[in-house]
Design a protein around this ligand. Structure first.
Ligand code: ADP
Length: 248
């Protein structure tokens, strides 16, 4: 799905916490429309890497570029988000008392920096967009039910849908299938695969079966830098990777 070259570019990025290098000379390129999985043992720097991309953590050295023009290190978290970088944390956070539809509506409103009167004043194009997103996340039949009744998997899909409302160019997704049933995992694989191409998707995930089922390219982080990169078959046969995982 490599379409227009890189959308995200991290070069020689280093971050220390109290003298400890959590990210150590990290180089990473994500292509436009790509679905990339990031794996690596605990403490490898996966979360810190996501924090750097979204502007939550400032690196000590290096550069981070989005598209061809945007130097993310000069931008605030909200500015970076408004470029179309959406992040989904591991735990679902939806508004349980609101319906599925209203959750999506609210996600659209956040984009406009206004808090709308729900439903009453909604523009037709918002309604169309919500319809599209409901189709994508497979929750059309539940659109008028409160989000609180959804299963864990359905809440995760709704939250992905909330991010999609803003038409992101890059989605960062943290451990999407943790706690999911086998069936929900399959559905999530379909969802994430269908999103790639339309936007770039970076998934941090521990479940290797899931990673194998979705990613053409996997990046293995270890001690804050890239240890290996390639298909799941390539990285899982890499002696360095095997050593790191068996030694965990
Ligand atoms: P991962 O997500 O791959 O498990 P993290 O990015 O959370 O790894 O952490 C990388 C390393 O940096 C770990 O050793 C962690 O303890 C350390 N670290 C992360 N954030 C902080 C922080 N705010 N202060 C101190 N150390 C941190």
């Amino acid at each position: 799905d490599v379409r227009h070259g890189p959308i995200l570019y991290l070069e020689d990025v280093t971050v220390s916490f109290d003298g400890f290098r959590a990210i150590n000379d990290l180089n990473l390129t994500i292509d436009d429309g790509e679905l990339r999985c990031i794996i690596g043992p605990n403490g490898a720097g996966k979360t810190t890497m996501m924090d750097i991309i979204t502007g939550k953590t400032a690196p000590d050295t290096g550069s981070v570029w989005f598209g061809s023009r945007h130097n993310l290190l000069t931008m605030s978290e909200p500015e970076i988000a408004s470029l179309g970088i959406g992040r989904k944390f591991q735990k679902p956070s939806v508004f349980e008392a609101l319906t599925v539809f209203e959750n999506l509506e609210l996600a659209m409103a956040t984009d406009k920096r206004v808090f709308p009167t729900l439903t009453a004043t909604m523009k037709p194009e918002y309604r169309d967009r919500i319809g599209e997103v409901l189709e994508t996340i497979g929750l059309k039949d539940l659109m008028h039910r409160p989000a609180g009744i959804l299963s864990h998997g359905q809440k995760q899909w709704l939250e992905i849908g909330m991010l999609l409302m803003q038409r992101p160019r890059l989605l960062l997704v943290d451990e999407p299938v943790a706690g999911m049933t086998e069936q929900e995992m399959e559905r999530t694989a379909e969802l994430l695969t269908s999103l790639a191409g339309k936007q770039s998707v970076v998934v941090v995930e521990h479940d290797m079966g899931f990673v194998r089922s979705i990613a053409r390219k996997v990046t293995v982080l270890h001690q804050g830098s890239v240890l290996a990169e390639g298909t799941m078959d390539q990285v899982s046969n890499d002696p360095e990777v095997i050593k790191v995982y068996l030694g965990e």
